[in-house]
Design a protein around this ligand. Structure first.
Ligand code: NAP
Length: 478
């Protein structure tokens, strides 16, 4: 056996193993950073494997090496710069963009193989059925992933909004038309018509736009993780196209992981995938600030009053939300909780699965501030504890603590599992004003008699709270 081929097989096997271990490690906050590095290393190994493959098949072809190394260097640098510069709050848009890049790569690989074959035998007109199907699937899923992800990114960035007609039933007719065009193009492609390739690119691209554009509000993270799964499927299909077992296995793993995450997110929001994909926009955007007109019983209090109540508490639950991430108040929060703990107060954190703007957002944020993992309690675990809780301190969270989700069947949030914070003795809500959360609706919690609003930026309020607690002798004198 050719030594380069042997090395390539070994490197491929190692890359797949490391990728699988990396994906597994990503499921725990504690191991996520190392797991991410491991998966990135596995992908670098995969590129090295391709270099050995090119030796095995063509001898050292400098031309091919230059392209492969140049492409990896440019793509890798762009990814690195983007990931370093993007703020935590814009992570969903970034993930959507990266998914789109994955879809586009698979699309381009399939188009490249179809139009510019290495030899006459691999030309699409003479391909066997399996290869032609692989090209069709890669183009179809790759194009949907690319256009859908770009639309998702543009919507999250606020560059694009859903046109009114896209909210109506007409969109189903339009999307069915795009799906039929794509199907016809696939059949034509299998009958060896190269012109059908472009019809398929356009038809499936429009389908990706048509399906993603009407989806709004709280459903967007589900769509992004579904598109992540699609990018894996497209990569696996591209693996069949270029005959790369590594790409097939890696693509299948990403596809399966994305699908599992999609399921977890749907469960977290109590939504079925069908209702996410075909139900249209849910709620308004985060910029909505109209909810306050309906409030009738708002009580607000000062930071000092909040500190006095905390001083007398035995059990405190912190509920972090998107606003905590915006304010970048995680480190100040950690100082406050350290002070409370030093006075013997039991502090835990109630983590809603979709708090923030991406899966695991709160876990990552709190891990950054060295909050011990054992103190992070998932929603199902913490909910039974609220009746025995003295104080709940809500920091920039809104939708995930809205009791309407359980009590009002007409609410867009109805059915979404929420944290039962209203069961606690006292609830403090730290936010800047009465603006609505991501879903754009009123929060019934704010009107309850045991809820007090502490208005202000989360970081500023927590800083002031720390001073007040120290004044009271909690966490050392100020
Ligand atoms: P939310 O419902 O969006 O509420 C965030 C609150 O933070 C707002 O009411 C805002 O009120 C407040 N806020 C903003 N900046 C602040 C600051 N500097 N200081 C203090 N407060 C600040 O957030 P959530 O409760 O975390 O709920 C998450 C929502 O996003 C859910 O609807 C979820 O479905 C959706 N979502 C989740 C994901 C995910 O994967 N986790 C992804 C996308 C969307 P003020 O403006 O009055 O301060």
């Amino acid at each position: 056996m050719n030594i380069a081929l042997l090395l390539k097989s070994f490197i491929d096997l190692l890359a797949v193993l490391l990728l699988a271990i990396g994906i597994k490690g990503l499921s725990k906050v504690r191991s996520a950073r190392e797991a991410n590095l491991l998966a990135a290393f596995a992908m670098t190994l995969a590129v090295v494997g391709v270099l050995f493959d090119s030796i095995a098949t063509n001898g050292i072809s400098l031309n091919a090496w230059v392209w492969i190394i140049l492409g990896s260097a440019i793509g890798g640098s762009l990814g690195l710069i983007t990931a370093k510069r993007v703020p935590m709050t814009a992570m969903p848009e970034t993930v959507a963009l990266f998914n789109g890049c994955g879809g586009m790569s698979s699309l381009l690989v399939a188009i490249g193989v179809a139009l510019f074959p290495v030899s006459a035998e691999t030309k699409i007109l003479t391909k066997d059925l399996v290869e032609s199907i692989s090209i069709a699937v890669s183009v179809f899923v790759g194009s949907i992933t690319f256009s859908g992800s770009i639309v998702a990114m543009a919507k999250l960035q606020g560059w694009l909004s859903t046109p009114a007609w896209m909210q109506s039933k007409v969109r189903h007719v339009v999307n069915i038309a795009f799906a039929v065009i794509s199907l016809v193009a696939i059949v034509e492609l299998l009958n060896a018509s190269n012109s059908a390739l472009w019809l398929l690119v356009i038809g499936s691209g429009l389908l990706g736009i048509g399906v993603t554009l009407p989806i709004g509000g709280a459903d967007m993270p589900v769509v992004i993780s579904l598109l992540n799964s699609y990018s894996g499927v497209a990569a696996a299909a591209a693996g069949f196209v270029v005959g790369s077992q590594l790409l097939i296995v890696a693509g299948a793993m990403v596809g399966a992981a994305g699908l599992i995450l999609t399921q977890v997110m749907c469960k977290g929001m109590n939504r079925s995938l069908i209702s996410v994909l075909f139900g249209g926009a849910l709620g308004a955007s985060s910029s909505s600030s109209e909810g306050n007109s309906e409030y009738t019983n708002i009580t607000s209090c000062s930071v000092e009053e909040c500190a006095l109540t905390l001083e007398a508490a035995e059990k405190v639950v912190i509920v972090p939300g998107y606003g905590l991430a915006v304010a970048q108040a995680q480190h100040t929060l950690r100082e406050v909780t350290r002070a409370l703990e030093s006075s013997g107060i039991d502090v835990t954190y109630g983590i809603h699965p979709v708090a923030g703007r991406m899966p695991g957002h709160m876990n990552v944020l709190l891990a950054e501030a060295d909050v011990p993992y054992e103190q992070l309690k998932e929603m199902e675990v913490i909910n039974p504890d609220f009746p025995a809780t003295d104080v709940v301190l809500i920091l920039g969270a809104n939708d995930v603590v809205n009791p309407q989700a359980k009590t009002d069947s007409t609410s867009p949030l109805y059915g979404m599992p929420v944290l039962d914070v209203q069961e606690a003795r006292t609830v403090f809500v730290v936010k800047r004003g009465m603006s609505a959360g991501y879903s754009g609706i009123k929060n019934d919690l704010f009107d309850l008699p045991n809820t007090s609003m502490v208005f202000g930026d989360a970081k500023k309020v927590l800083g002031d709270l720390l001073v007040e607690l120290k004044e009271l002798g909690i966490g050392g004198k100020g």
